[in-house]
Design a protein around this ligand. Structure first.
Ligand SMILES: Nc1nc2c(ncn2[C@@H]2O[C@H](COP(=O)(O)OP(=O)(O)OP(=O)(O)O)[C@@H](O)[C@H]2O)c(=O)[nH]1
Ligand SMILES: [Mg+2]
Length: 384
């Protein structure tokens, strides 16, 4: 039997919780991990969870309700700072998010953590988003950790993540962190839904740079060398090597990323120990100077704030969001057209013969494509 969704009530519970000051972490002096069990946000949490279940449902009648939900929440969304975090498996992303999340909550923020892990649809289990690795954050009333949607290709997973992000923003979460593993295209997907993209690296760069894919490096607004506690010298070496390669990429790379070169934003590489920073009080972090422990976390958040302020003032942030929104819409249109095309009975009937003719060399691939497209509901006008 299908679950019943009262969209209006859901939206009320989501938005009310966000507006009613139901922010148990709003006290900057609050003790970490010490939230009351029956906190005022419990109703909101249930509504968020239900809203996300609705968004992730594949039933067509749910999609209509989900669209209503999104449209209702839209005017309330968009107010969070969206931080993307990527890095190879085991680099310490979850540990870092735990440390950062607790640090931010202690300063009155509300933190949502989402993960993008397209591999989970293959393996049936998420390699990311393991809540047990964010033990304190996952039970904190000011945090909400949402694992990756477990079905769909990368585009589908990314779409659900973006939609969930809107729910959290409408609910008043002001920092949204999206974690993704650095193996493939998911970095691009996450950088295209966040305001700032952070790449985490290990300190064992050695003499040669570790496998840093240039394309991914160009996406990074900030690089963090984690596990600096293991080998401080190696971390410092990695930091300077990565910084020089960032500068190189910035100067000779992508025109789109050219703002890296200007005074607007400098390539920044930090080192820290996520493990050691967990649970440190903000006052301790702020006073810490050694870069490889808590001082690194303080430097990180300062860099994020500097980036946000600069990019807000110079309009880059707004431009980035505009561009992301447009790209998102087009990506969804293209993906929708493709599935409609494949599902079209006329196409399905004609496809095998067309493919056979192409492979046998009797028909040019472009001609076959055009003929198949002509079979679909949208008439294709030949261009010139
Ligand atoms: N020494 C040290 N160990 C760390 C640090 N950060 C994380 N670790 C350890 O590294 C291991 C992996 O950390 P995770 O936070 O799970 O790494 P991850 O990048 O989220 O991993 P995946 O989600 O599997 O991609 C754990 O055993 C952590 O305790 C650090 O700063 N120093
Ligand atoms: Mg992880």
């Amino acid at each position: 039997m299908s679950e019943a969704f009262d969209v209006a009530a859901l939206c009320d519970a989501i938005v009310e919780g966000g507006n009613a000051g139901a922010n148990p972490g709003a006290n900057p002096g609050a003790d970490l991990g010490n939230g009351p069990t029956a906190h005022p946000g419990a109703r909101q949490r249930r509504a968020i969870s239900k809203a996300i279940t609705l968004l992730e449902s594949t039933r067509s009648e749910h999609r209509l309700l989900a669209d209503t939900l999104l449209n209702t929440l839209l005017p309330r969304a968009g107010n969070a700072f969206r931080l993307g975090i990527s890095g190879v498996p085991g680099v310490g992303k979850s540990t870092f998010i735990e440390a950062l999340g607790l640090f931010l909550i202690a300063q009155g923020h509300r933190v949502a953590v989402l993960t993008v892990d397209p591999s989970s649809s293959l393996s049936g289990g998420s390699i990311l988003g393991d809540k047990t690795r964010m033990e304190m954050l996952s039970v904190h009333p000011s945090a909400y950790i949402r694992p990756s949607p477990s079905s769909g290709n990368l585009g589908g997973v990314a779409e659900k993540t973006r939609e969930s992000m809107m729910v959290f923003e409408a609910a008043g979460y002001d920092v949204v962190i999206v974690e993704t593993v650095g193996v493939g295209q998911s970095e691009t997907a996450v950088s295209s839904m966040t305001d700032m993209f952070v790449l985490m690296q290990l300190p064992n760069a050695g003499d040669e740079l570790q496998a840093i894919k240039r394309g991914v490096m160009e996406l990074a607004d900030l690089v963090v060398v984690n596990k600096a506690d293991l080998d401080a010298d190696a971390a410092t070496r990695a930091q300077s090597q990565i910084l020089s390669s960032l500068r190189l990429f910035g100067m000779h790379g992508h025109p789109d990323r050219a703002h890296h070169d200007r005074s607007i934003w400098q390539p920044t590489v930090l080192q820290l120990s996520a493990l050691k920073a967990i649970g440190m009080k903000p006052s301790v972090v702020a006073a810490a100077s050694e870069p490889n422990v808590a001082g690194g976390l303080a430097a990180f958040w300062t860099a994020v704030q500097t980036f946000r302020d600069l990019q807000t003032r110079n309009g880059q942030l707004a431009a980035r969001r505009t561009q992301q929104t447009q790209a998102w819409m087009w990506e969804r249109i293209e993906s929708g057209l493709k599935s409609r095309f494949r599902a079209d009975p006329a196409v399905q009937a004609a496809l095998p013969a067309a493919l056979e003719a192409v492979l046998a060399g009797r028909l040019a691939a472009s001609v076959a494509a055009r003929q198949l497209l002509e079979l679909t509901m949208i008439p294709i006008k030949l261009i010139e």
